[in-house]
Ligand binder design. Structure first.
Ligand SMILES: [Zn+2]
Ligand SMILES: [Zn+2]
Length: 251
């Protein structure tokens, strides 16, 4: 199908908006119409230090499932999804509940091709690298994998949900899962960008007693003060990151 995408053709140059051809989904792939996508620092890092060219970046996509391969059971056309990082689901780290440390992560994230070496995107015979974090969501449509797609409620604001797939879960997950901060803890967050502010929100959710934000940007400091305020209805002890959806709604 024809799609419009932001293509990284040259190191450190602006993306070019181009019409490309996107493959139909294979049995293990999901076609998503992208509604919104976050711009993460990793996108800019790779744009400025490309591993493969030309390519389509974007790894905080959110959208609506349009088509699924015959092997897909988790989502169906019409479902609203947020796309996140890829993992194989089969290696020891994935099996032990640590997909962020998947041994196949690098290839699934940065190779620009499917595991068999094919590209999902083309332009008049030219191969365009896709599969960035197994999604390449800087486009009107993206092909992704079942483990990348997280179904969300149909009334969730899809245009805002994309950053849950990387920046928000990185900051909030650090507080909930890595630090396992609990009610009454003190916490200091250095850097109040989207990742740091997500950590501040998570600290408020678990009711840390003292939340210290460190930044040189007064506007960010002000935002941190607002987001770091606990509300009477915030849950005291979220034990897993899945609570982050509630966090986002409140944020
Ligand atoms: Zn990211
Ligand atoms: Zn794995």
């Amino acid at each position: 199908m024809k799609v419009t995408a932001a293509v990284n053709r040259e190191k450190s140059q602006p993306f070019t908006i181009e019409q490309l051809e996107l493959d139909a989904p294979r049995p293990d792939e999901i076609l998503v119409r992208i509604v919104g996508a976050g711009l993460c620092h990793t996108d800019l890092t790779i744009r400025n230090n490309p591993l493969v060219l030309p390519s389509v970046l974007g790894h905080e996509g959110a959208g609506v499932v349009e088509q699924v391969g015959e092997g897909i059971t988790k989502v169906k056309p019409g479902d609203h999804v947020v796309l996140t990082f890829p993992s194989c689901g089969r290696c020891a780290n994935c099996q032990q509940g640590h997909p962020a440390y998947c041994v196949r992560s690098f290839g699934l994230t940065f190779s620009g091709v499917r595991p068999d070496g094919s590209t999902t995107l083309h332009k008049e015979g030219e191969k365009i690298h896709g599969n960035f974090l197994s999604q390449s969501s800087f486009a009107t449509h993206a092909l992704t994998l079942e483990r990348n797609a997280v179904k969300v409620l149909p009334d969730a604001p899809l245009e805002l949900m994309g950053p849950l797939g990387c920046g928000i879960q990185t900051g909030a997950g650090a507080v909930f899962n890595s630090l396992q901060a609990r009610m009454g803890s003190s916490i200091a967050v250095f850097g109040l960008g989207s990742v740091g502010l997500s950590a501040v929100m998570a600290a408020a959710v678990v009711r840390c007693s003292k939340i210290i934000g460190v930044d040189i940007n007064p506007a960010r400091m002000q935002m941190a003060k607002e987001l770091g305020q606990p509300t009477s209805s915030t849950p005291a002890r979220p034990t897993r990151f899945r609570r982050s959806r509630r966090l986002h709604v409140k944020g």
